[in-house]
Design a protein around this ligand. Sequence first.
Ligand code: GLN
Length: 487
Amino acid sequence: MTTGAAAPSLAALAAAYRDGATTPTAVTEGCLGRIDRLDGRIGAYLAITRDAALADARASEQRWRDGRPLGPLDGAPIALKDVLCTRGVPTTCASRILERFVPPYDATVVARLRAAGAVILGKTNLDEFAMGSSTEHSAFHPTRNPWDLQRVPGGSSGGSAAAVAGGLALAALGTDTGGSIRQPAAFCGVVGLKPTYGRVSRYGLIAFASSLDQVGPLAVDVRDAALLLEVIAGHDPRDATSVAAPVPDYTAALGDDVRGLRVGVPDEYFIEGLDPEIEAAVRDAIAVLRDRGAAVERLSLPTTGHGLATYYVIAPAEASSNLARYDGVRYGLRVEGRDLIDMVSRTRAAGFGPEVKRRIMLGTYALSAGYYEAYYGQAQKVRTLVRQELDAALARVDVIAAPTTPGVAFEHGAKADPLAMYLNDVFTIPASISGLPAISVPCGFSGSGLPIGLQLIARALDEPTLLRAAHAYERATPWHARRPALG
Ligand code: GLN
């Protein structure tokens, strides 16, 4: 790669390092150069760790020169969503309340990336505390979609998706609670994978909704997503919800063959309100899978529409509890007051943005005495029904194929009504509340040149099948190789 060129895949990068065709320092400098030239327009980053990145790149370079790389990610420049704790580097959740918070430790996923030799470029922008679908609700600045700067990159991992799409990082980590990896991946034309709940440690991920949050990769192709998952997945004694199952060799599971794979296509994901261009692209994608040997069948998942309401009770409920810790006492912002209560109240009033306050209020209400059963208890029951329905479908088929989003990237400010924003998550939420792995892969472009995402959902811990299907599709189509023209 020469400075400023479109980003290669991580897999290609490792081969180039091995052959000496390029070096970790040259590639890291290339990314930093693109950040310098382009990030003023895109706004993907909240912090750039330039000196540490260059030092890490030099160390990686030495390892490659000595013929002792730490693995295929050694020297790979990667960006991290700013909800992941990074030792000595500010971690803000794009919120005023954590503006000056510098964690004393690395999240497990960050430690694993470092141990694999990855070069951390910096921290990416998001909707405050990962609440949103557009990255407009960052306390610091919005992020713009590299395909059209008037449009949003999606969210909440919009900074990570925009960084990868724009070649401002070769890959990134995001988090997905209700769609926050898959939806921005779809909007930015990259691959985004939400692993099975528990597959990846949440230790050091600042919590939004603990029963839903999961860390996952955003990458230029499916193989890179598999490479990253292999490094970040696995049991962690520091996260009680992390799964003890061994980590499969995800890249070995890739192929370009889906013969015998059963693909279910649920009617309820092709409903009124779905952009016809997205419907056409996703149906074409399903036809590609059929042509490659998959057996495609129609399915019905009648609870799909209930997922949204369920999520928007459970996620705010958990958020209201998780965010109670920001009280100005131990870390983050403090606004002094007359007494303790006044201090806490002033701190929270000044520190949280409007969407976060809305969620705290909704969640507190849903959990309050007298309403708990009607809202939170009821939502938990519906959550079980959605999961049972998906599990039953996935007993018959290996993967479910559907659109990732009902529309393409929208213009900044277009969804000022919170309900309109929430509706964006209708197709990503069922896998979230069911804890199932799901991926978004590029499957075409709208007439106006905006990317479209195909979503695939698989059984719990069956990332190998999910990745195999996504990879076979990707190999048969040109979409993932397109890059926005940014100059
Ligand atoms: N858009 C959803 C929300 O606002 C999902 C966010 C996420 O996955 N972090 O809650």
